[in-house]
Design a protein around this ligand. Structure first.
Ligand code: PLP
Length: 484
C-alpha cells in the first residue's frame, strides 16, 4: 500500500469509511471475481486487502483508493489487481538475447512444435505409457523410445531417466557399487551446482580411482590400476572446459581393447551428446553416442536437453546385458522419466528420423546454424525503433557478436553472430554502470523479460535466438514507461 495522502480527518474517521468484507464482496466487481475464481480466493484476498488498509491507516497513511470519490469501486479494482497478482504464473517466457543458445538458467533447449503438440495431446487423456496394446498386458515405459534411440545411435538397448546426472549416478550405482571405477585426473568434471564427479561416485557407492595427471593420462595408467575390484573405466567428456598445450588423453577406441581383455566395463559420459555429426551443419565437432559405441564403449550416457534439443532427460545406451542390469536396479524407479518429457522426447527423436528437417524444425539446431547475415537483418530491423525508445539516454548500434552454444558444450568454440550494442550516453564509469543497471532492470521487468549480456560497458543483445522481432518491438512502449 502506498502511503499517500495527508490525514485530515484522523485515522478513526478513515477507518469508519472502510467497508466490511461482506459489503466489499457484494459489490459488482467482487461478484465478477467470485464467478471467475470462486469465493475462497476472492474472500481471502478481500480480507487481506482490508486488513492491510486498516494497518496502513493506523500507521498514518491512507491508501489512495480510500480517498477516491467512490471508494467501493476503487476497492473493487484493488481487489481485482490482488487476485490477478495472486494467480500470476511464476514461470515467464524470456526473450533470450544473451547469445548463449542452450542456456541452463533459461531452461536449455526449446522444444520443437511437434513435441509441444504431441505432449499437449497426450496429456489430455489416459495413454499406453506402460501398457502393451498388442498383448493387452503391462508394458515398460522405456519401450516408447527404446526402438528410436537404438535406431539413431546403433545401440543394442537403451533406457531413459530424468537427466544425465541421474543417468551417470544410476550407471555407477548399478554397475560399480562397492567396486572401483577408474577415471582420469584430466576428467574430474564439475558440471555446475553439486554435480562433481568425485561426489557422484561417492553417492553411487563406487570407489573412485584416479589415474594420470590433469594434463596427461596414458593407456598404461589405466592398465596398471585395474585390479580384481575394478568394475569400470569411466570416460567423462570434458564438455565445459578445455585443457590446452602439453596434453594427452586416452581415447575410447584405445581403452576398449584393454577393458575387454580385463573384463571391465567401458563407460562414457558424453554430456551433450549430439545425435548427428555437427560438422555437417558447419558446427564444431561434438562426439556422438554412435561414435562412442562403435569405438567400443559398453555404455554411453548423454542429455536430452542439450544439443539433442529435446526435454530434460538422461539417455543411457549400450550393451543389452548392462542396460538390463541398469534398468532393473531399484534406483531406476526413483529416476524414471515421467510421461510428459517422455512424450516430448519421443516426438523430438522422430524428427531425427527426418534429418533434413532438423535445421528448420528443431529450434536448437535452427538457432545454432542460423546465418550471420540473417541474424544481422533482425538486428537491423530493431535498431531504429530501439534507438527511438531509448533516446536520449542511450545509443544503439549494430554489432558483430559472438554467440556460444552453451550448457557446457564446447566452451572454446563460438559462433559468429550479430545484434545490438547499447551504450549509455553520459560519461563517467559510475554513471555508465548505473545507466546500464537501470536498463537491464527495466528489460527484466517487461511482461516478457529480455535478457542480454553486459560486456565492455555496453549491453549486448544477440539476435541469434530471436525468430520474431515483434517479441522486442511490441514491448518498446512498456520499456519506455519503465525507464521514464
Ligand atoms: C551436462 C552434463 C552432465 C549433466 O547432465 P544433465 O542433463 O544436466 O543432468 C553430466 N556430465 C557431463 C559431461 C555434462 O556435460
Amino acid at each position: 500500500m502506498t502511503p499517500e495522502g495527508s490525514i485530515v480527518d484522523g485515522p478513526k474517521a478513515w477507518l469508519q469509511r472502510l467497508p466490511s468484507t461482506d459489503r466489499l464482496l457484494q459489490g459488482a466487481a467482487a461478484q465478477v471475481l467470485v464467478r471467475a475464481h470462486g469465493a475462497t480466493l476472492v474472500t481471502g484476498e478481500a480480507r487481506a486487502l482490508l486488513a492491510e488498509a486498516r494497518q496502513c491507516v493506523l500507521a498514518g497513511a491512507v491508501p489512495p483508493w480510500l480517498q477516491s470519490s467512490d471508494p467501493l469501486h476503487a476497492l473493487g479494482d484493488a481487489l481485482a489487481q490482488r487476485c490477478a497478482a495472486r494467480l500470476a504464473p511464476q514461470l515467464k517466457r524470456i526473450v533470450n538475447l544473451s547469445g548463449t543458445v542452450i542456456h541452463t538458467n533459461l531452461g536449455r533447449a526449446v522444444l520443437p512444435d511437434v513435441a509441444i503438440e504431441y505432449v499437449s495431446a497426450m496429456m489430455r487423456a489416459p495413454l499406453n505409457l506402460e501398457y502393451d496394446l498388442a498383448a493387452g498386458a503391462r508394458g515398460d515405459r522405456d519401450s516408447i523410445v527404446e526402438g528410436l534411440v537404438c535406431e539413431l545411435t546403433g545401440a543394442e538397448a537403451a533406457t531413459v531417466v530424468n537427466n544425465n546426472a541421474a543417468a551417470v549416478l544410476l550407471v555407477l550405482a548399478a554397475l560399480a557399487r562397492e567396486r572401483e571405477v577408474i577415471v582420469s585426473r584430466g576428467e574430474q568434471v564439475e558440471i555446475g551446482g553439486a554435480f562433481r564427479m568425485p561426489d557422484v561416485m561417492a553417492s553411487a557407492g563406487a570407489r573412485m580411482v584416479e589415474v594420470g595427471t590433469t594434463n596427461r593420462t596414458h593407456l598404461h595408467d589405466y592398465a596398471r590400476s585395474i585390479t580384481p575390484a575394478t568394475a569400470m573405466l569411466l570416460k567423462v567428456h570434458t564438455s565445459n572446459y578445455a585443457v590446452q598445450g602439453f596434453t594427452s588423453a586416452v581415447t575410447e577406441a584405445e581403452l576398449a581393447p584393454l577393458a575387454r581383455e580385463r573384463g571391465v566395463a567401458l563407460v562414457s559420459d558424453l554430456g551433450s551428446g549430439a545425435l548427428i555429426d555437427m560438422t555437417r551443419l558447419g558446427l564444431p565437432k561434438e562426439p556422438t553416442p554412435q561414435e562412442m559405441l562403435s569405438a567400443g564403449c559398453d555404455v554411453v550416457t548423454f542429455s536430452g536437453d542439450k544439443l539433442l534439443g529435446g526435454p530434460q532427460a538422461g539417455l543411457i545406451v549400450g550393451r543389452k546385458d548392462l542396460i538390463a542390469r541398469i534398468r532393473s536396479f531399484p534406483m531406476k524407479r526413483a529416476m524414471r522419466l515421467s510421461k510428459l518429457p517422455l512424450a516430448a522426447l519421443e516426438a523430438t527423436l522422430r524428427l531425427y528420423l527426418q534429418p533434413e528437417l532438423l535445421t528448420t524444425h528443431l529450434p536448437t539446431l535452427r538457432w545454432l546454424t542460423r546465418a550471420q547475415d540473417d541474424i544481422a537483418r533482425t538486428a537491423r530491423s530493431l535498431r531504429e525503433p530501439l534507438q527511438l525508445a531509448l533516446a536520449p539516454r542511450y545509443t544503439v548500434s549494430e554489432a558483430a557478436l559472438i554467440s556460444q552454444i552453451g550448457s557446457g558444450s564446447l566452451p572454446v568454440e563460438t559462433l559468429p553472430s550479430a545484434g545490438l550494442a547499447i551504450a549509455p550516453v553520459q560519461a563517467g564509469k559510475k554513471g555508465t554502470g548505473t545507466a546500464l543497471e537501470a536498463l537491464t532492470v527495466a528489460l527484466r521487468g517487461l511482461p516478457c523479460p529480455i535478457i542480454g549480456r553486459i560486456a565492455d560497458d555496453q549491453l549486448l543483445l544477440d539476435c541469434r535466438c530471436l525468430d520474431d522481432a515483434n517479441e522486442v518491438l511490441s514491448q518498446l512502449p512498456a520499456l519506455q514507461r519503465a525507464l521514464a
